[in-house]
Design a protein around this ligand. Structure first.
Ligand SMILES: [Zn+2]
Length: 496
């Protein structure tokens, strides 16, 4: 038995002010054919899980293409190219494979579609018809639609945030597909879209309140013998009708009723799903307080509103400016993405100096540019690294030309590419900086960085200044989302 597989993933922000062409989409990697095995086998990724299941079940895989990134809304050309490359392989190898297993994201959109996943599945169905089994693995931040359910034979989401269980979702998608093809399973899939936007700040499934929600869904699935049940938090930084949390259940029977019951429980507890977050001045004060408490280790300050992993450009300056204004001792900021300054630093060389405007060049609301006057170039790197975060361990990453600069007491890592933001200590280490030698670490992220830093940092403090990925929903001028929706519309009601 052969199965066609691949990944067409994008988390698309309609609020970022740049544009997602193919180059931007593929800057976190574009893999074709057999190289997919070399890159993803034995990694904690969706594709790693799919490969593992296929090998365990003795299934041969036909690899198509693989791309996954976050960033601004995609261009039509980029979508046509990537889906076209997938369907080209599907067409060429038609007749060889019995089913398709796809890693999608769930929150992709483009100039020509508000639902990249349904669009991709439609394109695939045009090649293989309505009857071929297709299973899909998805990110917890997917905005899941009934169209996605209708075009597939099972949607499987990861459950943890940070997403340390993506391989489990990929594994289950592949395993269920094999069981369908062998005639051992014939599952139904149901989605319930909640009129609810979950605050990403409290999305961390390893701490309360979210841990209890995650545990409830897992317990419910086990107790009721479901093949899978997933609480999708949704992706708020985009203006499309599907924005919002949802529950997806895959089961031999009763999927609809189970999804409704789980969704009802989440709805009843919705007040817990709101968060709040201070501006950088207050956050830096809190970080200093935490640093001066007994204990050892560094304190992390995370700027959530310019998180490249949420689709923001990673070029904002609000937190960095506050840190520079205070000239905090033993402090490193890693990183801000600014290709101009990174290239200037490479021209100047180690020991040279750089002057010019740093950051604030893409999203104007993310802070004005910072004027650098003879910032010292401490170290340079080509930006190539291998993740050590448990979420992406073993996968390659390239931040492009990278520099470590010094301004007063503060060191700043400047990269060419935003590449999903800081996941672990690799952006620091590639410039020779050992994070354990600092008191304060500034970075851009939301929750994924916690997979590495939570157990190592003395404390983590978040700040949410203006930015294209702010968690402050009042900032966004939504035009297309479903209304009413909680908590924007306080009186929203829901019944299933
Ligand atoms: Zn996610």
């Amino acid at each position: 038995m052969k199965i066609l597989f691949g990944m067409v993933g994008h988390e698309s922000s309609t609020f970022a002010s740049d544009i997602g062409d193919f180059k931007r989409w593929a800057d976190a990697g574009w893999s074709v054919g057999e190289e997919i095995f070399g890159k993803f086998r034995n990694t904690p990724s969706d594709l790693g899980g799919m490969i593992k299941a296929a090998e365990e079940y003795g299934v041969q895989l036909i690899p198509a293409v693989a791309v996954m990134n976050a960033g601004p809304k995609l261009t039509k050309e980029a979508v046509e190219y990537v889906t076209g490359e997938f369907t080209r392989v599907a067409e060429e190898r038609k007749g060889e494979y019995a089913g398709i297993c796809l890693s999608l994201h769930g929150a992709g959109c483009a100039e020509n579609t508000d639902d990249l996943e349904a669009y991709t599945l439609e394109k695939v169905r045009e090649v293989v018809g309505p009857d071929m089994p297709i299973t899909v693995s998805l990110d917890l931040h997917g905005n899941i639609t009934p169209e996605m359910v209708g075009l597939s034979n099972g949607l499987f989401g990861c459950k943890q945030y940070p997403h340390v269980d993506m391989a489990d979702a990929g594994y289950l998608a592949m395993k269920t597909l094999v069981r369908i093809l062998r005639g051992e399973a014939s599952p139904q899939t149901a989605v319930v879209q909640l009129p609810l936007m979950v605050d990403s700040l409290i999305g961390n499934t390893f701490s309360e309140p979210m841990k209890s929600f995650t545990d409830y869904v897992a317990d419910y699935a086990a107790k009721h013998g479901l093949i899978d049940a997933a609480f999708f938090h949704g992706y708020n930084f985009t203006d499309v009708p599907s924005v919002g949390a949802s529950v997806v259940v895959v089961a031999e029977q009763g999927a609809k009723e189970a999804a409704a019951e789980i969704a009802g429980h989440i709805w009843d507890m919705r007040e817990q799903l709101k968060g709040e977050c201070p501006m950088p001045d207050v956050a830096v004060d809190s970080a200093l307080d935490a640093l001066h408490k007994p204990g050892t280790g560094y304190v992390v300050i995370v700027e959530v509103s310019d998180n490249p992993g949420s689709g923001a450009p990673g070029n904002g300056t609000h937190l960095l400016r506050e840190i520079l204004n205070r000239n905090l001792a033993k402090t490193i900021f890693g990183f801000i993405s600014d290709p101009e300054i990174a290239l200037l630093a490479h021209k100047a060389g180690v020991g040279g100096v750089v002057s010019g405007l740093l950051g604030g060049k893409i999203d104007k609301i993310s802070g004005d540019p910072i004027e650098l006057h003879n910032a010292r170039v401490c170290a340079l790197s080509d930006g190539n690294a291998t993740f050590v975060s448990p979420m992406m361990e073993g996968l390659p990453v390239c931040y492009g030309k990278t520099a470590r600069l010094r301004v007063g007491n503060v060191e700043i890592i400047v990269t060419e590419f935003p590449d999903g933001g800081t996941m672990d200590d690799r952006p620091f280490l590639i410039t020779g900086a050992d994070v354990t030698q600092y008191d304060m670490i500034g970075l851009k992220g939301l929750n994924h960085f916690r997979a590495f830093f939570q157990s190592r940092a003395k404390a983590i403090v978040a700040t949410d200044p203006p930015g294209s990925a702010t968690c402050n929903l009042g900032h966004y001028n939504y035009q297309k989302i479903r209304r009413p929706i909680y908590p924007i519309d306080v009186g929203t009601t829901f019944s299933v």
